[in-house]
Design a protein around this ligand. Structure first.
Ligand SMILES: NC(=O)c1ccc[n+]([C@@H]2O[C@H](COP(=O)([O-])OP(=O)(O)OC[C@H]3O[C@@H](n4cnc5c(N)ncnc54)[C@H](O)[C@@H]3O)[C@@H](O)[C@H]2O)c1
Length: 243
């Protein structure tokens, strides 16, 4: 049997990158996909990795990258859907284009990649790990559409788990609390405001701090390796969702 293969979207930054690093350290092959070619630079020279500049909202790009992995490695054992974008802003101000982009990347993108890799995951009786969020479980003001997109990811996770269980494929999600990554500045929030936002959230986290990407990656890998858990959305959030 060859080395196990993981496809990680959003591997150019944050939780996707931390997950790819951990999977490589465990001896898996990693296909890192990201819309940002620059973001994938760190991965491009790794002997057990391949990279592809993929916009997960584009079915043709997703299809081409899927074919690339199939012809190079002939199998896919797990998929980590970490490509995602954030949006902050009250209902009164939210722009149509921003809501569309949010659901395109977070919901449609997760769908297109999972759909493209389904035959491979069924063949390997593999695992999918999606990225939901604490805000999908607990209401917060000022990021309702982001929260709704992550609630959609949570429910897709449960429904796909039922659909794919007969094929031996497990589908779970993590619901991370606020974790220090580029997602906030990429959403157009000024660095000083990001610090304030994370400090504000940290004040509502029982463990008193934001998360580190490596702490989320640890759970992604657990969900890949576990063979009995499916259809769950697991909070990894310093206790935020129960406070
Ligand atoms: N950081 C947090 O606090 C947090 C908390 C809960 C959930 N999440 C979720 O975790 C996931 C990863 O977030 P992160 O914090 O690592 O963010 P990040 O911005 O650090 O990384 C996300 C990556 O996705 C890529 N991406 C964006 N749009 C894409 C597209 N259309 N096609 C392909 N790639 C695209 C970006 O280029 C980036 O490299 C997201 O789904 C996010 O919603 C993050």
């Amino acid at each position: 049997m060859g080395e196990r293969v993981a496809v990680v979207t959003g591997a150019g930054s944050g939780l996707g990158r931390a997950t790819a690093e951990r999977l490589l350290a465990q001896g898996m092959r990693v296909a890192g996909w990201d819309i940002s070619q620059d973001g994938l630079e760190w991965l491009s020279q790794h002997p057990s990795a391949s990279t592809a500049a993929v916009d997960v909202t584009d079915p043709e790009q997703v299809g081409a990258a899927t074919e690339q992995v199939r012809s190079a490695w002939g199998r896919v054992d797990c998929l980590v859907n970490s490509a995602g974008i954030f949006l902050v802003g009250p209902l009164a101000e939210v722009e149509t284009s921003a809501v569309r982009a949010l659901f395109d990347v977070n919901v449609l993108g997760t769908t297109l990649v999972t759909q493209a890799l389904m035959p491979d995951l069924i063949a390997s009786r593999g695992a999918v790990v999606n990225l939901s969020s604490t805000v999908a479980l607990r209401a917060t003001a000022s990021n309702s559409h982001y929260a709704a997109s992550k609630a959609a990811v949570a429910q897709l996770t449960r429904c796909w788990a039922l659909e794919l269980a007969p094929h031996g494929v497990r589908v779970n999600a993590l619901a991370p609390g606020p974790t220090n990554t580029a997602i906030y500045t990429s959403a157009g929030i000024e660095p000083a405001d990001v610090a304030a936002l994370l400090a504000d959230r940290a004040a509502r986290i029982p463990m008193g701090r934001a998360g580190d990407p490596t702490e989320i990656a640890l759970w992604v890998v657990r969900l890949i390796d576990d063979e009995w858990v499916t259809g769950h959305v697991i909070p990894v959030d310093g206790g935020m969702s129960i406070a």
